[in-house]
Design a binder for this molecule. Structure first.
Ligand code: 4AD
Ligand code: MG
Length: 461
C-alpha cells in the first residue's frame, strides 16, 4: 500500500482515501489549529505537503524535526492554485527514526565542498537528490541506446595485467603480505610476485578485452568503473570513473564518428525528454548558461569535425595568447580544447588524425606514417569527453608500433592474435560518464556528479 511521493503527486491513484507514505521531514510548522509537514522520500525533488487538522491529537508532533523519518497514513485532496496539485490530510503519523536538532539540512544552502564531507546529508539535499536520480536515468539511457542497436553488453575485468593507454596510470593490485614483502636480490620489492605471481593493476580501460569480444560478437559495449592513478587535483579528473566503451567489428573511423554523434544526441534528447525535472533544476540552479536551450540547439545542428592539423592551424592564427605554445606535434591542452569548442565553434567538435607520438599504440597508422586514425570529442565547458579511434588491424604494423613504444610483445600476444586469425577493421571509443553528466548538467566539478568521489583526499566514503 505504500506509495512514492512522486506517484502521489503525478499519478491518478485508484484509492486516494487511504494512502501510506514514508519519508523524511523537510519542514514542520505547527500552530494552534493546524500543522503542516513537508515530507520527501527521494523519489522526486518535490515534497508532499501533509496537513494535520487536529494537531492536539498528535502527541508525536513534538518529536518531529527536520530529518525525522515518518510513516504517514492519510487521504489525498486536490488543491488549486499551488505548485503541488495534491496534499495529504493525515490520519495517522508514526515516528520511525528521530533526528536531533543539530541535523544540518536547513533552508540555507551548504557549499558543495562542505557537503562532500557529510555522507548522510549530501544525498538528501535537493542538488544531490537530483544528481543521483539523473545518474540513474542516464545510465539506463546508455543501455537503451546500445541494446536497441543490437550491441552486446560485456563485462571486462577490473583486475588486469595490461595498461591499455600505456600512460603508466595503473593502480597496483597486490596480495602481498605487507609484513613479509618479497624482495629482489637488490632488496627492492619484487612486483613480479604480485597477484599470485603476476604484475597486475586496476583497469584503466576495458578496450583491449572489448576488442577480443567485438571480433567474435560484432558490436559490444562496456559500461563500468575504470581507474587512473593520476594524482592530479583537477575539476575533471577522478581516480575512479565510469566509462562507456563501444567496440565495433567491420567499422571504420567515419562510422565510429557517426555513432559518437548519434549517441551523444540521444543522451541529450533523453535528458530533455525523460529527465525534465532534473533538467529544469540544472537549468535554474546549476548551469551558468541556458542549458536546455543550448542542448536543443546542439541536437539540431551538426558537430564540427576537423583534423588535428586543422586544429593547430586554427589555434596558430587565433587572436589569443595561450600559456602553452601551439605547434604541430603537441598534445592539445585544456586551454586549446576550450578555445576550439567554446570560442571558435561554440558546439561539440570532433578532432581526428592526431600525431602518432601522442596517442596510444593501438590506433591505426595513416598513410602519412605520422598520424593515426584517432578521434577526440570536445565539448564547451568540459573539454574532452570522448577518446576513440580506428584500431590497427594489420599485424605487422601493430608489432612495429608496439616495439616503438617499448612494449613487451609476449605480454600482448593474445591481443596480436586478433590480427592473426581473421583480422578485421574495427573501431571504438570511450565516453567518460562523469564528463557527459557534467556537460549536460552544467556542474563544474567532477566530484559533484559522483555519489562517492575518489580523488586525492577522498576515500573514506
Ligand atoms: O581518452 P581515454 O584515455 O581513452 C581510452 O581509455 C580508450 N581506451 C577508449 C576507447 O577507445 N575505448 O579515456 C576516454 C574518456 C576520456 O575522453 C574522458 O571522458 C574519460 O574517459 N576520462 C576520465 N574521466 C574522469 N576522470 C579521469 N581521470 C579520466 N580519464 C579519462
Ligand atoms: Mg583521451
Amino acid at each position: 500500500k505504500r506509495k512514492k511521493v512522486k506517484d502521489v503527486l503525478t499519478k491518478e491513484l485508484e484509492d486516494t482515501s487511504n494512502v501510506t507514505v514514508l519519508g523524511w521531514v523537510r519542514t514542520k510548522r505547527v500552530s494552534k489549529n493546524i500543522a503542516f509537514i513537508e515530507i520527501n522520500d527521494g523519489s522526486t525533488l518535490k515534497n508532499l505537503q501533509v496537513v494535520i487538522l487536529n494537531p492536539d491529537e498528535f502527541e508525536v508532533l513534538a518529536e518531529i524535526n527536520t530529518g525525522t523519518s515518518l510513516k504517514i497514513v492519510g487521504y489525498l485532496e486536490e488543491v488549486k492554485g499551488r505548485e503541488q496539485s495534491v496534499e495529504m490530510k493525515a490520519k495517522e503519523i508514526e515516528l520511525i527514526g528521530d533526528c536531533p536538532s543539530d541535523y544540518e539540512l536547513q533552508k540555507k544552502r551548504h557549499s558543495f565542498e562542505y557537503l562532500r564531507e557529510i555522507a548522510h546529508l549530501r544525498p538528501r539535499t535537493n542538488t544531490f537528490g537530483v544528481m543521483n536520480r539523473f545518474r540513474s536515468k542516464m545510465s539506463y539511457a546508455v543501455h537503451k541506446f546500445f541494446q536497441k542497436r543490437g550491441f552486446n553488453y560485456i563485462h571486462t575485468p577490473i583486475i588486469t595485467a595490461n595498461d591499455t593507454e600505456g600512460a603508466g596510470e595503473l593502480f597496483r593490485v597486490t596480495n602481498f603480505d605487507l609484513a613479509n614483502l618479497p624482495l629482489t636480490d637488490k632488496g627492492e620489492v619484487d612486483f613480479s610476485q604480485d597477484f599470485f605471481n603476476e604484475e597486475t593493476g586496476l583497469t584503466v580501460s576495458g578496450q583491449l578485452e572489448a576488442e577480443v569480444l567485438a571480433t567474435a560478437l560484432g558490436d559490444v559495449y562496456t559500461f563500468g568503473p575504470t581507474f587512473r592513478a593520476e594524482n592530479s587535483n583537477t575539476t575533471r579528473h577522478a581516480a575512479e570513473f565510469w566509462m562507456i566503451e563501444p567496440e565495433m567489428a567491420f567499422c571504420d573511423l567515419d562510422e565510429n564518428m557517426q555513432l559518437i554523434e548519434e549517441f551523444l544526441k540521444y543522451l541529450f534528447n533523453y535528458a530533455l525528454e525523460e529527465c525534465a525535472e532534473e533538467m529544469a533544476f540544472f537549468d535554474r540552479w546549476i548551469a551558468e548558461d541556458n542549458r536546455i536551450e543550448n542542448l536543443k540547439k546542439i541536437i539540431n545542428s551538426d558537430f564540427a569535425q576537423i583534423s588535428y592539423t586543422e586544429a593547430v592551424e586554427i589555434l596558430t592564427v587565433a587572436d589569443k595568447e595561450f600559456d602553452y605554445q601551439v605547434e604541430w606535434g603537441i598534445d592539445l591542452q585544456t586551454e586549446h580544447e576550450r578555445y576550439l569548442t567554446e570560442e571558435h565553434f561554440n558546439k561539440p567538435v570532433m578532432v581526428t588524425d592526431y600525431p602518432k607520438d601522442i596517442k596510444a599504440f593501438y590506433m591505426r597508422l595513416n598513410d602519412d606514417q605520422k598520424t593515426v586514425r584517432a578521434v577526440d570529442c570536445l565539448v564547451p565547458g568540459v573539454g574532452e569527453i570522448i577518446g576513440g579511434s580506428q584500431r590497427e588491424e594489420r599485424y605487422d604494423v601493430l608489432v612495429q608500433m608496439m616495439e616503438e613504444d617499448g612494449m613487451e610483445l609476449e605480454q600482448y600476444d593474445w591481443f596480436l592474435d586478433l590480427r592473426k586469425y581473421g583480422t578485421v577493421p574495427h573501431s571504438g571509443f570511450g565516453l567518460g560518464f562523469e564528463r557527459i553528466l557534467m556537460y549536460i548538467s552544467g556542474m563544474k566539478n567532477i566530484r559533484d556528479v559522483i555519489s562517492f568521489p575518489r580523488t586525492p583526499g577522498n576515500a573514506k566514503f
